[in-house]
Ligand binder design. Sequence first.
Ligand code: ACO
Length: 367
Amino acid sequence: MNMQIPNSPTKSPIGLDGVPAAETALSHVDGERGELVIAGERVGDLVRGASFEGVTARLWTLGTGQPIGEAAVRAALGAARERAHARLPRLLAATTGLSIVDGVRAAIAALRSEPGLSDEATIVGALPVITGALIARGHGAQPVPPDPTLGHAADTLAMIHGRRPNARAAAALDAYLVTVCDHGMNASTFTTRVVASTQADLFAAVTAGYCALTGPLHGGAPEPVLEMLDAIATAERIAPWIDAALARGERLMGFGHRIYRVRDPRADVLKDTVGRLTEAGVELPLASAVEAYARDALRRAKPNRPLETNVEFFTAILLDALSIPRQAFTPVFAVARAAGWTAHAREQQRTGRLLRPGSVYVGAVPD
Ligand code: ACO
């Protein structure tokens, strides 16, 4: 994929670099130290100790101000997956002919409040059901019904593949969901908060957040990462391919970040997760060699701007190793990030404050 992005004025508040838009107790990104804290814990520790349901419980407790425990979240998400499955004819009504990424957008927009479920559970529970159904439709298959007795990660894989995952695969997807469930004031979370700040409902706010996620500068990067690895294909082609892409002024997908000036800590967490799958037979030599060469080449090309591996590089490799179709990588990212979006939407709504930034007028001035 060719990525030629017009240069942006990075040394001014245009683009909102470093401008705080909200106070949040949900997560914090320290770009200088390469640290990510989610619900009070470093991401590496969180992944070792918490399930997706556990971290979602913590985010929702902080976002809503109403304590909820892991077991209650597990039960609510199981019920919400079943409810979404029952609603699939309505949810998928406007998705005919759309890609998986675009179909998910239309289906989230069709979600409504469900009796007996919080809107946050309805949304987070529906995402893997919609994603699995759109993948199944792509092979002409029927949607796989959810199993509320499974964890959210295991059931996501079961609905995508039509069979129960093994424990190692379920644990790897769970680690991924925890790793990317929230990440400060990223573009999709900011978008979600802007819509929530108008007191629009969570369905409107999360639909908008998902739209922001789909762009390649944000959550749309992992599919192009795999396209890059496919295009490189062999070890001998790594250097000429990357050098030529940089010489054409293209961006290497899976590298660079607006906030991190050192390595994205999530890249290490996901690399370890991929490593555990590697023991199960996934080979990584080409990806590791591409990563190493790309980091050196970026250091030479942009000596004044640290450009390190970001979360999307290992997301692509991990989701591919889990046999998730690449066209569904962004929706699977959304399965995780929906936990953060819903918590941020609630946190923003509770402030009662409308987000309404200014602009720098550069147009004509009347006489
Ligand atoms: N490859 C090559 N050059 C790059 C890359 C890259 N991946 N990223 C930045 N640069 C260059 C820019 O073109 C710019 O060059 P210039 O000074 O000659 O104009 C310079 O480095 C500085 O760019 P930044 O100000 O750091 O870029 P910005 O903060 O606007 O962008 C972004 C961050 C969008 C993530 C960028 O690094 C990028 O496009 N990366 C590739 C896409 C990607 O991996 N996206 C996923 C991000 S992670 C996430 O959102 C979940």
